[in-house]
Design a protein around this ligand. Structure first.
Ligand code: SAM
Length: 290
């Protein structure tokens, strides 16, 4: 190029080369399973339709495979939060070529107030190939966000398939249905978009992954989130027991009254109760407590 440096995104070297050059040997402790397949990262990015958001928040960009795909799919602005400082120089090379569309923040996503970081940008969206060791903790935090509807209009996230199944489960999928499903589906419409085989990652994880979409409901069934959380904890904490037994931890002598107020059969078990039932239980709990 006659000494002229090419500062386009297309001029970036292949990801494997980036990883080798920056010494980014994957660390298990940081849940690092990288994606190098451009077709796959483009497919994930497309699922988040980045061009239609003012801001995409990406957690754990690593060497930047998904980040590059989000930019290529027309992301207007990305804030990418990465905990591993070894990745920062590789991400800086992308930022240099992104016309101000990429801001990298070094830190632990569990400690960062994403809402404050997103500021007034709307619509804002979260898209990530999440580190599996903190994936559910991050998701729960986002779902418990107040006020609701939240600052994000959609979550497009990669989980281990087993976690994805627990997110989208209904009472029909008894084994997978639990607290996570109640919480997520109370506030969001959830669905699995597609699966990704272990072979797509470097290093390959032991299990299949799934991309999950969560779209916040404008008006979730009315109930207090903390009481809903308490009710699901008590019910699923003893999931084989009938509610008349498991509810004793919530309402010692009043379990029968609590269930009658909620309109629930005292002989039913947690895994038979749908979201509306749990919301009714949380409302009944509010009545007897306050
Ligand atoms: N996005 C890259 C990709 O798809 O190839 C990397 C995904 S890898 C599964 C997870 C990334 O999250 C790693 O880069 C890891 O360093 C980062 N990470 C792990 N824990 C984190 C945390 N608490 N906050 C922010 N990033 C974290």
């Amino acid at each position: 190029m006659n000494g002229v440096v090419d500062f386009s995104l297309e001029s970036l070297p292949p990801l494997r080369e980036v990883v080798a050059r920056h010494g980014l040997a994957a660390k298990k402790s940081l849940g690092q399973n990288f994606l190098f397949d451009l077709n796959l990262t483009r497919r994930i990015a497309r699922a988040a339709s980045p061009a239609t958001a003012e801001l995409i928040v990406e957690i754990g960009p690593g060497p930047g495979g998904l980040t590059r795909a989000l930019l290529a799919e027309g992301a207007r602005k990305i804030i990418a939060i990465e905990r591993d400082e070894r990745c920062l120089s590789a991400l800086a090379e992308i930022a240099e070529r992104a016309d101000g569309r990429l801001q990298v923040v070094e830190g632990d996503a569990l400690d960062i107030d994403l809402r404050a970081l997103a500021g007034a940008a709307r619509p804002a969206r979260i898209c990530a190939n999440l580190p599996y060791n903190v994936a559910t903790a991050l998701l729960t935090r986002w779902i418990e966000t107040d006020p609701w509807p939240p600052w994000f209009d959609r979550l497009v996230l990669m989980f281990q398939r087993e976690v994805a199944e627990r997110i989208v489960a209904t009472p029909l999928q008894r084994a997978a249905y639990g607290r996570l499903a109640v919480l997520c589906n109370w506030r969001c419409e959830t669905r699995i978009l597609f699966d990704i085989s272990p072979a797509a990652f470097t290093p390959p994880p032991k299990v299949t992954s799934s991309l999950v979409e969560l779209v916040p409901r404008a008006a979730p069934l009315p109930c207090d989130g903390k009481l809903l959380s308490e009710a699901t904890q008590a019910a699923f904490g003893q999931r084989r027991k009938m509610l008349r037994q498991s509810m004793k931890s919530l309402a010692a002598g009043d379990a029968a009254d609590l269930l009658a107020r909620a309109g629930l059969d005292p002989t039913s078990r947690a895994e038979e109760i749908d979201i509306a039932g749990f919301a009714a239980l949380a409302r009944a709990l509010a009545e007897i407590r306050f």
